[in-house]
Design a protein around this ligand. Sequence first.
Ligand code: NOJ
Length: 470
Amino acid sequence: MRSLNGFILPEDFLIGTANSAFQSEGAWQREGKSESIMEHYAKEFAGKVPPYLSELDKDVAKRQARQVYSTDLPDRGCFFYDNYEAYIEDMKKTGQNVYRMSLAWPRIIPTGTGAVNISAIEYYDRVINKLISCGITPFVDIYHWDLPQCLMDEGGFSNPRFPEWFENYARVCFEHFGDRVKLWSTFNESAISITNGYITRRFPPFIKDVKRGHEASLNVILAHYRAVRLYKSMNLGGKIGAVNCITDVTPAGMNWDDIGAAERQTQRNYDWWTEPMLKGTYPEQLFRECSYIRDTMPEGYQQRMDKEFIPMDFIGINYYVSGRTVYLPDSPLLSKRVESFYSAPGQAFAPYPPGLFDVVQYTADRYDNPEMYITENGCALRNQNDPEKECDDEERITYIREHLRMAARAIRCGYNLKGYMYWNDADSYEELDGYNLRFGLTWVNHETGERRWKKSRYYFSEICKSHLVN
Ligand code: NOJ
Protein backbone atom coordinates (compact mmCIF):
# COMPACT_ATOMS: atom_id res chain seq x y z
CA MET A 1 0.00 0.00 0.00
CA ARG A 2 1.38 3.41 -0.88
CA SER A 3 1.71 5.87 1.95
CA LEU A 4 -0.42 8.42 0.14
CA ASN A 5 -3.23 5.97 -0.52
CA GLY A 6 -5.65 8.31 1.20
CA PHE A 7 -5.64 10.42 -1.94
CA ILE A 8 -6.00 7.67 -4.47
CA LEU A 9 -9.33 6.45 -5.82
CA PRO A 10 -9.26 2.84 -7.05
CA GLU A 11 -9.09 2.25 -10.78
CA ASP A 12 -12.57 0.70 -10.91
CA PHE A 13 -14.07 3.51 -8.81
CA LEU A 14 -17.11 5.02 -10.52
CA ILE A 15 -16.82 8.78 -10.58
CA GLY A 16 -19.15 11.14 -12.37
CA THR A 17 -22.21 13.33 -12.11
CA ALA A 18 -25.94 12.95 -11.51
CA ASN A 19 -29.25 14.55 -12.42
CA SER A 20 -32.90 13.54 -12.56
CA ALA A 21 -35.51 13.58 -15.30
CA PHE A 22 -37.93 16.20 -13.97
CA GLN A 23 -35.08 18.48 -12.94
CA SER A 24 -33.03 18.31 -16.12
CA GLU A 25 -35.11 17.37 -19.13
CA GLY A 26 -37.56 20.21 -19.67
CA ALA A 27 -39.89 19.24 -22.56
CA TRP A 28 -42.47 18.59 -19.86
CA GLN A 29 -45.45 18.48 -22.15
CA ARG A 30 -43.90 17.04 -25.26
CA GLU A 31 -44.34 13.80 -27.18
CA GLY A 32 -47.07 12.34 -25.04
CA LYS A 33 -45.64 13.00 -21.59
CA SER A 34 -48.29 13.48 -18.91
CA GLU A 35 -48.11 15.72 -15.84
CA SER A 36 -46.15 14.62 -12.77
CA ILE A 37 -46.83 15.57 -9.16
CA MET A 38 -43.72 17.77 -9.17
CA GLU A 39 -45.13 19.83 -12.02
CA HIS A 40 -48.65 19.81 -10.63
CA TYR A 41 -47.66 21.22 -7.24
CA ALA A 42 -45.13 23.65 -8.68
CA LYS A 43 -47.98 25.16 -10.69
CA GLU A 44 -50.44 25.07 -7.83
CA PHE A 45 -48.15 26.78 -5.33
CA ALA A 46 -46.10 29.02 -7.63
CA GLY A 47 -45.21 32.13 -5.63
CA LYS A 48 -47.27 31.05 -2.64
CA VAL A 49 -46.37 29.94 0.84
CA PRO A 50 -46.56 26.16 0.70
CA PRO A 51 -49.09 24.55 3.04
CA TYR A 52 -46.63 23.28 5.61
CA LEU A 53 -45.27 26.67 6.64
CA SER A 54 -48.27 27.88 8.58
CA GLU A 55 -47.68 24.97 10.92
CA LEU A 56 -44.08 25.61 11.62
CA ASP A 57 -43.18 27.67 14.60
CA LYS A 58 -41.67 31.06 13.85
CA ASP A 59 -38.23 30.01 14.86
CA VAL A 60 -38.13 27.24 12.28
CA ALA A 61 -39.75 29.48 9.68
CA LYS A 62 -36.99 32.02 10.11
CA ARG A 63 -34.36 29.42 9.39
CA GLN A 64 -36.27 27.91 6.51
CA ALA A 65 -34.58 28.90 3.31
CA ARG A 66 -37.60 27.67 1.40
CA GLN A 67 -40.26 30.06 2.63
CA VAL A 68 -42.07 30.59 -0.60
CA TYR A 69 -42.52 28.16 -3.44
CA SER A 70 -40.64 29.51 -6.42
CA THR A 71 -42.63 30.79 -9.36
CA ASP A 72 -40.29 28.84 -11.65
CA LEU A 73 -41.67 25.70 -13.21
CA PRO A 74 -39.83 22.52 -14.16
CA ASP A 75 -40.63 23.25 -17.79
CA ARG A 76 -36.99 23.81 -18.81
CA GLY A 77 -34.58 22.12 -16.41
CA CYS A 78 -31.26 22.39 -18.20
CA PHE A 79 -32.91 21.56 -21.57
CA PHE A 80 -31.39 18.09 -21.37
CA TYR A 81 -34.14 16.56 -23.53
CA ASP A 82 -33.11 18.66 -26.50
CA ASN A 83 -29.39 18.92 -25.78
CA TYR A 84 -28.53 15.52 -24.30
CA GLU A 85 -25.89 14.87 -26.95
CA ALA A 86 -23.94 18.00 -26.12
CA TYR A 87 -24.22 17.33 -22.38
CA ILE A 88 -22.98 13.77 -22.79
CA GLU A 89 -20.11 14.94 -25.02
CA ASP A 90 -19.15 17.24 -22.15
CA MET A 91 -19.27 14.32 -19.73
CA LYS A 92 -16.95 12.43 -22.03
CA LYS A 93 -14.53 15.37 -22.14
CA THR A 94 -14.73 15.53 -18.35
CA GLY A 95 -13.43 11.96 -18.26
CA GLN A 96 -16.15 10.68 -15.96
CA ASN A 97 -17.06 7.00 -16.15
CA VAL A 98 -20.62 7.16 -14.77
CA TYR A 99 -23.76 9.29 -15.09
CA ARG A 100 -26.70 8.87 -12.75
CA MET A 101 -30.00 9.70 -14.40
CA SER A 102 -33.66 8.88 -13.87
CA LEU A 103 -36.46 7.76 -16.14
CA ALA A 104 -39.70 9.76 -16.11
CA TRP A 105 -42.67 7.51 -15.35
CA PRO A 106 -45.17 10.01 -16.85
CA ARG A 107 -43.11 10.07 -20.04
CA ILE A 108 -42.83 6.28 -20.35
CA ILE A 109 -46.37 5.36 -19.23
CA PRO A 110 -48.40 8.59 -19.43
CA THR A 111 -51.50 7.00 -17.90
CA GLY A 112 -49.43 5.50 -15.09
CA THR A 113 -50.45 1.91 -15.77
CA GLY A 114 -51.52 1.64 -19.41
CA ALA A 115 -49.87 1.90 -22.79
CA VAL A 116 -46.16 2.51 -23.21
CA ASN A 117 -45.19 5.72 -25.00
CA ILE A 118 -42.84 4.63 -27.75
CA SER A 119 -41.32 8.05 -28.29
CA ALA A 120 -40.21 8.05 -24.63
CA ILE A 121 -38.60 4.65 -25.08
CA GLU A 122 -36.82 5.94 -28.17
CA TYR A 123 -35.63 9.05 -26.34
CA TYR A 124 -34.15 7.06 -23.43
CA ASP A 125 -32.65 4.59 -25.91
CA ARG A 126 -30.83 7.47 -27.55
CA VAL A 127 -29.59 8.82 -24.22
CA ILE A 128 -28.42 5.43 -22.94
CA ASN A 129 -26.75 4.55 -26.24
CA LYS A 130 -24.99 7.89 -26.35
CA LEU A 131 -23.68 7.42 -22.81
CA ILE A 132 -22.39 3.95 -23.60
CA SER A 133 -20.77 5.09 -26.86
CA CYS A 134 -18.92 7.73 -24.81
CA GLY A 135 -17.66 5.11 -22.35
CA ILE A 136 -19.97 6.27 -19.57
CA THR A 137 -21.85 3.75 -17.41
CA PRO A 138 -25.50 4.70 -17.01
CA PHE A 139 -26.69 4.43 -13.39
CA VAL A 140 -30.45 4.57 -13.76
CA ASP A 141 -33.05 5.51 -11.17
CA ILE A 142 -36.45 4.09 -12.01
CA TYR A 143 -38.17 6.66 -9.81
CA HIS A 144 -36.98 10.11 -8.80
CA TRP A 145 -40.07 11.89 -7.41
CA ASP A 146 -42.13 12.43 -10.56
CA LEU A 147 -45.18 10.26 -9.95
CA PRO A 148 -47.76 10.63 -12.73
CA GLN A 149 -50.41 13.00 -11.39
CA CYS A 150 -53.13 10.62 -12.60
CA LEU A 151 -51.88 8.03 -10.08
CA MET A 152 -51.81 10.68 -7.36
CA ASP A 153 -55.46 11.34 -8.15
CA GLU A 154 -56.05 7.73 -7.13
CA GLY A 155 -54.26 8.15 -3.80
CA GLY A 156 -50.68 7.76 -5.02
CA PHE A 157 -48.35 5.77 -2.82
CA SER A 158 -50.97 4.99 -0.20
CA ASN A 159 -53.20 3.20 -2.71
CA PRO A 160 -52.81 -0.56 -1.97
CA ARG A 161 -52.26 -1.10 -5.69
CA PHE A 162 -49.10 1.01 -5.69
CA PRO A 163 -46.69 -1.98 -5.56
CA GLU A 164 -48.45 -3.46 -8.58
CA TRP A 165 -48.32 -0.15 -10.51
CA PHE A 166 -44.64 0.20 -9.77
CA GLU A 167 -43.78 -3.38 -10.68
CA ASN A 168 -45.53 -2.91 -14.00
CA TYR A 169 -43.56 0.27 -14.72
CA ALA A 170 -40.27 -1.34 -13.58
CA ARG A 171 -40.90 -4.26 -15.93
CA VAL A 172 -41.20 -1.86 -18.87
CA CYS A 173 -37.90 -0.24 -17.87
CA PHE A 174 -36.05 -3.55 -17.48
CA GLU A 175 -37.46 -4.99 -20.70
CA HIS A 176 -36.50 -2.00 -22.78
CA PHE A 177 -33.23 -0.88 -21.23
CA GLY A 178 -32.01 -3.86 -19.19
CA ASP A 179 -29.79 -5.16 -21.96
CA ARG A 180 -27.59 -2.06 -21.62
CA VAL A 181 -28.24 -0.66 -18.13
CA LYS A 182 -26.40 -2.66 -15.47
CA LEU A 183 -26.84 -0.43 -12.45
CA TRP A 184 -30.41 0.25 -11.35
CA SER A 185 -31.95 1.98 -8.40
CA THR A 186 -35.63 1.69 -7.49
CA PHE A 187 -36.48 4.80 -5.43
CA ASN A 188 -34.68 8.06 -4.72
CA GLU A 189 -34.81 9.62 -1.23
CA SER A 190 -38.09 8.18 0.00
CA ALA A 191 -37.53 10.03 3.29
CA ILE A 192 -38.28 13.21 1.37
CA SER A 193 -40.96 12.06 -1.04
CA ILE A 194 -42.88 9.84 1.41
CA THR A 195 -42.10 10.93 4.99
CA ASN A 196 -42.15 14.61 4.09
CA GLY A 197 -44.79 14.12 1.40
CA TYR A 198 -47.30 12.25 3.58
CA ILE A 199 -46.36 12.85 7.21
CA THR A 200 -44.67 16.19 7.81
CA ARG A 201 -46.34 17.92 4.85
CA ARG A 202 -43.17 19.57 3.67
CA PHE A 203 -43.01 18.14 0.18
CA PRO A 204 -45.46 17.30 -2.60
CA PRO A 205 -48.17 15.98 -2.23
CA PHE A 206 -48.25 17.95 1.09
CA ILE A 207 -50.28 15.49 3.16
CA LYS A 208 -50.14 15.36 6.95
CA ASP A 209 -51.43 11.98 8.00
CA VAL A 210 -49.10 9.62 9.87
CA LYS A 211 -51.21 6.54 9.34
CA ARG A 212 -51.51 7.14 5.63
CA GLY A 213 -47.81 7.97 5.51
CA HIS A 214 -46.97 4.60 7.02
CA GLU A 215 -49.19 2.84 4.52
CA ALA A 216 -47.42 4.74 1.76
CA SER A 217 -44.03 3.85 3.16
CA LEU A 218 -44.87 0.15 3.44
CA ASN A 219 -46.16 0.24 -0.15
CA VAL A 220 -42.86 1.73 -1.32
CA ILE A 221 -40.92 -1.01 0.47
CA LEU A 222 -43.15 -3.71 -1.05
CA ALA A 223 -42.87 -2.07 -4.48
CA HIS A 224 -39.09 -1.99 -4.08
CA TYR A 225 -39.02 -5.73 -3.18
CA ARG A 226 -41.14 -6.53 -6.21
CA ALA A 227 -38.88 -4.61 -8.56
CA VAL A 228 -35.76 -6.23 -7.08
CA ARG A 229 -37.30 -9.71 -7.35
CA LEU A 230 -38.48 -9.08 -10.88
CA TYR A 231 -35.08 -7.76 -11.92
CA LYS A 232 -33.28 -10.79 -10.50
CA SER A 233 -35.73 -13.16 -12.18
CA MET A 234 -34.93 -11.61 -15.54
CA ASN A 235 -31.23 -12.56 -15.29
CA LEU A 236 -30.02 -9.42 -16.97
CA GLY A 237 -26.64 -9.54 -15.30
CA GLY A 238 -26.67 -6.19 -13.51
CA LYS A 239 -27.18 -4.90 -9.99
CA ILE A 240 -30.13 -3.23 -8.34
CA GLY A 241 -30.31 -1.07 -5.22
CA ALA A 242 -31.96 2.10 -3.95
CA VAL A 243 -30.90 5.62 -3.07
CA ASN A 244 -31.51 6.99 0.43
CA CYS A 245 -30.51 10.26 2.00
CA ILE A 246 -28.77 10.74 5.32
CA THR A 247 -27.92 13.71 7.50
CA ASP A 248 -24.85 13.30 9.67
CA VAL A 249 -26.64 13.94 12.95
CA THR A 250 -24.59 14.58 16.05
CA PRO A 251 -25.84 14.94 19.62
CA ALA A 252 -25.81 18.58 20.73
CA GLY A 253 -24.79 17.76 24.30
CA MET A 254 -22.36 15.32 25.84
CA ASN A 255 -25.01 13.13 27.39
CA TRP A 256 -26.82 9.88 26.60
CA ASP A 257 -30.20 11.55 26.13
CA ASP A 258 -28.90 13.61 23.24
CA ILE A 259 -27.11 10.58 21.82
CA GLY A 260 -30.42 8.71 21.84
CA ALA A 261 -32.04 11.69 20.11
CA ALA A 262 -29.41 11.61 17.37
CA GLU A 263 -29.93 7.87 16.93
CA ARG A 264 -33.68 8.29 16.51
CA GLN A 265 -33.28 11.08 13.97
CA THR A 266 -30.89 9.01 11.90
CA GLN A 267 -33.03 5.93 12.11
CA ARG A 268 -36.18 7.79 11.16
CA ASN A 269 -34.64 9.38 8.10
CA TYR A 270 -32.15 6.85 6.86
CA ASP A 271 -32.62 3.43 8.45
CA TRP A 272 -36.39 3.63 8.10
CA TRP A 273 -35.74 2.99 4.41
CA THR A 274 -32.35 1.33 4.39
CA GLU A 275 -33.01 -1.38 6.96
CA PRO A 276 -36.13 -2.82 5.26
CA MET A 277 -34.30 -2.73 1.94
CA LEU A 278 -31.18 -4.50 3.20
CA LYS A 279 -32.49 -6.61 6.07
CA GLY A 280 -36.27 -6.86 5.75
CA THR A 281 -37.09 -5.16 9.07
CA TYR A 282 -37.81 -1.68 10.41
CA PRO A 283 -35.53 -0.11 13.07
CA GLU A 284 -36.86 -1.66 16.26
CA GLN A 285 -35.65 1.14 18.53
CA LEU A 286 -38.11 3.54 16.89
CA PHE A 287 -41.06 1.28 17.71
CA ARG A 288 -39.86 0.88 21.28
CA GLU A 289 -39.27 4.55 21.90
CA CYS A 290 -41.82 6.39 19.72
CA SER A 291 -45.45 5.50 20.25
CA TYR A 292 -46.69 7.62 17.34
CA ILE A 293 -44.74 5.38 14.99
CA ARG A 294 -45.55 2.09 16.70
CA ASP A 295 -49.28 2.84 16.93
CA THR A 296 -49.81 3.90 13.35
CA MET A 297 -48.22 1.04 11.47
CA PRO A 298 -50.36 -0.89 8.99
CA GLU A 299 -51.84 -4.17 10.17
CA GLY A 300 -49.50 -7.15 9.68
CA TYR A 301 -46.71 -5.06 8.20
CA GLN A 302 -43.92 -7.46 9.20
CA GLN A 303 -45.66 -10.54 7.79
CA ARG A 304 -46.31 -8.67 4.56
CA MET A 305 -42.64 -7.72 4.36
CA ASP A 306 -41.51 -11.24 5.22
CA LYS A 307 -43.55 -12.58 2.33
CA GLU A 308 -41.87 -10.36 -0.24
CA PHE A 309 -38.45 -9.44 1.16
CA ILE A 310 -35.44 -9.82 -1.07
CA PRO A 311 -32.17 -8.01 -0.30
CA MET A 312 -30.84 -5.46 -2.75
CA ASP A 313 -27.31 -5.46 -4.13
CA PHE A 314 -26.05 -2.06 -3.01
CA ILE A 315 -27.05 1.14 -1.26
CA GLY A 316 -26.86 4.59 -2.83
CA ILE A 317 -26.23 7.30 -0.24
CA ASN A 318 -27.11 10.96 -0.78
CA TYR A 319 -25.08 13.04 1.62
CA TYR A 320 -25.19 16.82 1.92
CA VAL A 321 -25.38 18.13 5.48
CA SER A 322 -24.80 17.56 9.13
CA GLY A 323 -27.20 18.38 11.95
CA ARG A 324 -27.28 18.64 15.73
CA THR A 325 -30.06 17.42 17.89
CA VAL A 326 -31.20 17.51 21.53
CA TYR A 327 -33.47 15.28 23.57
CA LEU A 328 -36.96 16.76 23.84
CA PRO A 329 -39.44 14.52 25.68
CA ASP A 330 -42.69 15.94 24.31
CA SER A 331 -41.84 15.89 20.63
CA PRO A 332 -42.76 12.98 18.37
CA LEU A 333 -39.21 11.69 17.91
CA LEU A 334 -38.27 12.77 21.44
CA SER A 335 -35.75 15.04 19.83
CA LYS A 336 -35.39 18.44 18.27
CA ARG A 337 -32.94 19.76 15.73
CA VAL A 338 -30.90 22.72 16.92
CA GLU A 339 -28.67 25.16 15.08
CA SER A 340 -25.84 23.34 13.33
CA PHE A 341 -22.20 24.10 14.12
CA TYR A 342 -21.65 24.82 10.47
CA SER A 343 -22.82 27.50 8.11
CA ALA A 344 -21.54 28.75 4.79
CA PRO A 345 -22.50 32.14 3.41
CA GLY A 346 -24.12 31.89 -0.01
CA GLN A 347 -24.61 28.14 0.26
CA ALA A 348 -28.04 26.69 0.86
CA PHE A 349 -26.65 23.53 2.46
CA ALA A 350 -23.72 24.10 4.81
CA PRO A 351 -21.08 21.51 3.93
CA TYR A 352 -19.45 19.25 6.49
CA PRO A 353 -17.05 16.99 4.57
CA PRO A 354 -16.07 14.66 7.46
CA GLY A 355 -19.75 13.71 7.53
CA LEU A 356 -19.21 11.81 4.31
CA PHE A 357 -16.80 9.54 6.14
CA ASP A 358 -19.21 9.24 9.08
CA VAL A 359 -22.17 8.15 6.96
CA VAL A 360 -20.15 5.57 5.03
CA GLN A 361 -18.79 4.22 8.31
CA TYR A 362 -22.27 4.20 9.87
CA THR A 363 -23.69 2.26 6.93
CA ALA A 364 -20.78 -0.18 6.94
CA ASP A 365 -21.09 -0.83 10.68
CA ARG A 366 -24.82 -1.24 10.70
CA TYR A 367 -25.23 -3.24 7.50
CA ASP A 368 -22.09 -5.34 7.31
CA ASN A 369 -20.14 -3.18 4.89
CA PRO A 370 -22.48 -3.41 1.89
CA GLU A 371 -21.57 -2.16 -1.57
CA MET A 372 -22.03 1.62 -1.30
CA TYR A 373 -22.13 4.53 -3.71
CA ILE A 374 -22.30 8.20 -2.87
CA THR A 375 -25.10 8.89 -5.32
CA GLU A 376 -25.39 12.61 -4.49
CA ASN A 377 -23.25 15.25 -2.86
CA GLY A 378 -23.24 18.79 -4.14
CA CYS A 379 -22.60 22.44 -3.48
CA ALA A 380 -25.76 24.60 -3.64
CA LEU A 381 -25.00 28.22 -4.44
CA ARG A 382 -27.68 30.86 -4.82
CA ASN A 383 -28.37 31.98 -8.36
CA GLN A 384 -26.82 35.33 -9.20
CA ASN A 385 -27.49 35.21 -12.94
CA ASP A 386 -23.90 36.19 -13.50
CA PRO A 387 -22.00 33.64 -15.56
CA GLU A 388 -18.56 35.22 -15.05
CA LYS A 389 -18.86 35.16 -11.30
CA GLU A 390 -20.65 31.85 -11.09
CA CYS A 391 -18.19 30.02 -13.31
CA ASP A 392 -15.38 31.13 -11.02
CA ASP A 393 -16.60 28.77 -8.31
CA GLU A 394 -13.68 28.22 -5.95
CA GLU A 395 -16.01 27.21 -3.11
CA ARG A 396 -17.34 24.34 -5.21
CA ILE A 397 -13.79 23.17 -5.91
CA THR A 398 -13.06 23.14 -2.19
CA TYR A 399 -16.33 21.31 -1.63
CA ILE A 400 -15.47 18.57 -4.10
CA ARG A 401 -11.89 18.21 -2.95
CA GLU A 402 -12.76 17.90 0.73
CA HIS A 403 -15.58 15.42 0.18
CA LEU A 404 -13.55 13.26 -2.17
CA ARG A 405 -10.68 13.19 0.30
CA MET A 406 -13.13 11.73 2.78
CA ALA A 407 -14.26 9.19 0.19
CA ALA A 408 -10.62 8.19 -0.40
CA ARG A 409 -10.06 7.84 3.34
CA ALA A 410 -13.15 5.69 3.74
CA ILE A 411 -11.91 3.39 1.00
CA ARG A 412 -8.53 3.19 2.60
CA CYS A 413 -10.19 2.14 5.85
CA GLY A 414 -11.72 -0.82 4.03
CA TYR A 415 -15.24 0.48 3.52
CA ASN A 416 -16.86 -0.90 0.42
CA LEU A 417 -17.41 2.45 -1.28
CA LYS A 418 -17.55 1.94 -5.03
CA GLY A 419 -18.44 5.30 -6.50
CA TYR A 420 -19.16 9.01 -6.16
CA MET A 421 -21.65 11.02 -8.21
CA TYR A 422 -21.55 14.77 -7.89
CA TRP A 423 -24.95 16.53 -7.83
CA ASN A 424 -25.42 17.85 -10.34
CA ASP A 425 -24.10 17.74 -13.83
CA ALA A 426 -25.54 21.11 -14.87
CA ASP A 427 -27.60 23.84 -13.19
CA SER A 428 -31.17 22.55 -13.22
CA TYR A 429 -34.54 22.89 -11.57
CA GLU A 430 -34.58 22.44 -7.80
CA GLU A 431 -37.81 21.32 -6.16
CA LEU A 432 -39.45 24.21 -4.23
CA ASP A 433 -36.57 26.57 -5.15
CA GLY A 434 -36.88 26.52 -8.93
CA TYR A 435 -33.84 28.04 -10.61
CA ASN A 436 -32.73 29.93 -7.50
CA LEU A 437 -30.10 27.37 -6.59
CA ARG A 438 -27.20 26.27 -8.73
CA PHE A 439 -25.43 22.99 -8.02
CA GLY A 440 -24.02 22.33 -11.48
CA LEU A 441 -20.52 21.80 -12.81
CA THR A 442 -21.87 23.38 -15.97
CA TRP A 443 -23.48 26.82 -15.83
CA VAL A 444 -26.81 27.07 -17.65
CA ASN A 445 -28.81 30.07 -18.81
CA HIS A 446 -32.33 28.89 -18.04
CA GLU A 447 -33.86 31.22 -20.63
CA THR A 448 -31.68 30.44 -23.62
CA GLY A 449 -30.08 27.11 -22.75
CA GLU A 450 -26.55 28.53 -23.15
CA ARG A 451 -23.98 26.38 -21.31
CA ARG A 452 -20.53 27.05 -19.90
CA TRP A 453 -18.12 24.91 -17.95
CA LYS A 454 -17.47 26.21 -14.48
CA LYS A 455 -13.97 26.12 -13.02
CA SER A 456 -15.14 23.23 -10.84
CA ARG A 457 -15.82 21.12 -13.93
CA TYR A 458 -12.20 21.49 -15.03
CA TYR A 459 -11.08 20.55 -11.55
CA PHE A 460 -13.46 17.58 -11.34
CA SER A 461 -12.24 16.48 -14.73
CA GLU A 462 -8.65 16.22 -13.45
CA ILE A 463 -9.83 13.91 -10.66
CA CYS A 464 -11.91 11.80 -13.06
CA LYS A 465 -8.95 11.36 -15.37
CA SER A 466 -6.27 10.68 -12.75
CA HIS A 467 -8.32 9.12 -9.94
CA LEU A 468 -6.16 11.21 -7.63
CA VAL A 469 -7.44 13.79 -5.16
CA ASN A 470 -5.07 16.54 -4.13
C1 NOJ B 1 -31.72 15.34 -3.31
C2 NOJ B 1 -32.60 15.07 -4.48
O1 NOJ B 1 -32.49 13.74 -4.85
C3 NOJ B 1 -32.41 16.00 -5.64
O2 NOJ B 1 -33.55 15.90 -6.44
C4 NOJ B 1 -32.15 17.41 -5.18
O3 NOJ B 1 -32.03 18.32 -6.24
C5 NOJ B 1 -30.91 17.44 -4.32
N1 NOJ B 1 -31.11 16.58 -3.18
C6 NOJ B 1 -30.54 18.81 -3.82
O4 NOJ B 1 -31.50 19.30 -2.98
